[in-house]
Write a protein that binds this ligand. Sequence first.
Ligand code: BGC
Length: 974
Amino acid sequence: MNTLFLTQILQFKKNIYQKSDANPDSTVWIWSGLTQALKMKDILSLKIKDKSFIFNRLPKGQKVQMNFLGLIAFVWISLSATTISAAAVKLVNTRAEYKANPIGIDVLHPRLSWEATTDARNILQTAYEIKAALSEADLQAGKNLIWTTGKINSGQSNQVKYAGKELASGQRVFWQVRVWSNNDNGSPWSDIAFWEMGLLNASDWKAPWIEPAVNVDTGKSSPSPYLRREFELTKNVKKAQLYITSHGLYECHINGKKTGDQLLTPGWTSYNKRLQYQVYDVTASLKKGKNAIGAVLGDGWYSGYLVWKGNRNAYGKKLGLLAQLTITYDDGTQETVSTDSQWKSTTGPILESDIYNGEIYDARMELKGWDNPGYDEKNWKGVVVLNEDKKNLVASAGPPVKAIQEIKPIKILYTPQGDTVLDMGQNMVGWARIKVTGKAGTKITLRHAEVLDKKGNFYTDNLRLAKQTVQYTLKGIGEEVYEPHFTFQGFRFLAVKNFPGTLKLENITGVVVHSDMPVTGSFECSDPLINQLAHNILWGQKGNFVDVPTDCPQRDERLGWTGDAQVFAPTACYNMDVASFFTKWMRDVEADQFKDGSVPWVIPDVIKQGGATGWADVAVIIPWTIYQFYGDTGILSIQYQSMKAWVDYMQKQTGSSYIWTNGNHFGDWLAFATTNSDYPGATTDKDFIATAYFAYSTSLLHKAAAVLGKKEDAKKYETLYQNIKMAFQKEFVTSNARLSSSTQTAYLLALEFNLLTEAQQQMVAKRLADDVKKFKHLTTGFLGTPLICPVLSKYGYDSLAFMLLKRKEYPSWLYPITRGATTIWERWDGMKPDSSFQDIGMNSFNHYSYGAIGYWLFTRVAGLSLNNDAPGFKKISIHPVVGGDLTSVAAEHKSMYGKIVSGWKVEKNKFTMNVVIPPNTTAEVFIPSGTKENIFENGVAVSSVKLIKFLESKEGGQVYLVGSGSYNFEVRKN
Ligand code: BGC
């Protein structure tokens, strides 16, 4: 019925055009009437009785243009509005466990989500129906369904748990969903989506581990082993799935081609407890007859250099491979090709490869055809077959690492010291692809650096022991294209040595590598320096979200520092879809958590120390953050024991005093330091910080327990929190609301973690403001910095927050930008005003922690934030603050419900706000500087727009409740 109707409209449009060919003016005229009529359908579909609302929505002047034919069309379409709008809700972005059509998941009841799209306003889902089957044909025919929900009256479109038949290893489930809304008769079914289960039991792994029988000196980097095996398939292949993982990193090849586009597989986890496998659909790579499968292995995080002391072999000394290729023939019979004694091994052109140090590759040693059938492997050695259990194998939960984008160098420089250096124009993480022609044996060396020193020379001292060097020896046959395999570098500058002929920009491409997380946020405003800051924050995230959230991507560290991750997590959630990235990493937090509940400094734990306040709290803070941003209660329940163990650990440390005075802490790491004897630096007492975080994590645990319906725990941790708060006030707060540490960070923690009485709050906020005024800059380190602008804003000091944001001198966010930064620096003065550098022991130019200001840019400057009453942006709060001399701001965030937009613009006689709210959500919109009378929406007085509900007048503006749709608010100045 709907399709028929739409076809009629299309035909109608066509007729109108054809008939009016002779008179172009009438085309516009008639067309305009029809277009208006089409627009009307969504207005009418909202069942609006108020006609003035309808007509006021017409763009000015067009009402009178509607001719007779247009009018008929208008009436015709209007009368059918309900029918059209029923077809207008379309479901998109159907995902399982945050992924589109994932293969190889081991969550037994995957969580499904979908988004509705429609231009109509105020659309809320009222019901949904899901059906699932084991084949597309069955799903379409509605036969043999393994799950059918029937019509469920619910607004839930996210985190809907599969509750059908128990699933077995390797099963692919096809599913569809349709919804009903407050305004239609049901959407069409979504396009068919699927997910596929991985290997759910250790016993599903029939293949044994193998190790190459090549000699290796495990005390240093050795040539990468190559492994191969041929096999014959006797029939046509219907489906082939490869399950594969390794000790070390692997690159798999089938019949001459690399399998898939994932990089640095199997990723980095706490290998001994959790080793990820990947699943590839390799149906198209196989053929009837002879086939070859092979793999190259690299040391990677498993046995390469890791942690800064030149340590190796963190997880084991020998590289190994485990692969199981399950082939289903057209006739339904199955065959498996696995790692076994028939594999052969050797070494080849990769002479050394290491995460920190780079790669040495001699193209003359390439094993031409090694990954194709028919290759002569007579000089290859055998393999050692191991009898190892598979209990630590887990499916890959996070997004895979991939080559996400490419950038071209912007110029070639010749340094005073004689280096030829390419400037990529962007501090990036990944590697350089070289295109070169030259004589066999020519050795090209690429060194990587983030900055040049003040004389313009290539600067690598801050890399510490990481060589970050790639060496390529030409084979001398035609044009050679090379990129490294098992390493990545953090660099903007590339020193190229011994390039044959003249090096040109087109010889090098920067390949940007990170976890494949969709970008979900953008922030732009009228100040180019702040835009560069937003850019730097995003690039800090790209560079440091390479399978685990790392502190830095360049020096001999690159570790999953927990404190850095927790302070940056909310900003990370705005910028990119990090739900599955953190889901995966938090499993390692739990896996590596110490028996007594203490949490390691870094995850995966390769340092074996932990319990630092503000760092270990990651166990509680990130699950809570993911719950808030994605409405994900699953992560709370999965991590609950880990969250609890950390809080219980702290309680044991503090006993009945509730004041935490022992342990090793980093404190407010890298806070402002000075040699000024009058003010020796902004050092916040560690006992103060530790007790504040103890309270904070306890308060979040209390909330998590409440969300999960764990009433007893909720009560227990609420009481504990109150006890800590009381003890905190007694110990650290004077009767006049002075704090024992008079630092910005101390004020911030006390305020943000709600550790003061109401009366004390304003006094402490004023002390904070006074301190900021006194210094005219922030003095905070890793723990205080994320809070400073949000807390100043919360207590009415927006102008001070803007002052901090806009400051260009050290210490500030914009200072590095005045020095040309394209990523966030580890230290406020990584490069000092005189262009000398900070201490080489710790000076990364790509560290995301201070990028946590991104959260305030989104939530306050753009005013796009969560409403804590309904997590996951089911309810949205739009509350921008105009300040900092900005004249416009535009921000977007793609939530689980779709795109949210919040933008504002100050113009001569008006202030405008552009807001987009996705279907199935509602938003409270604060319109600054307006009185009820001078606010208009799409040219209509807001008070007469029925679907915009006035809520309250607040200081400085008005608050409205709106449903989904696009809104153009305007505050007219008298
Ligand atoms: C890292 C930091 C980390 C810190 C802890 C440093 O080496 O780069 O980001 O949080 O150690 O002290």
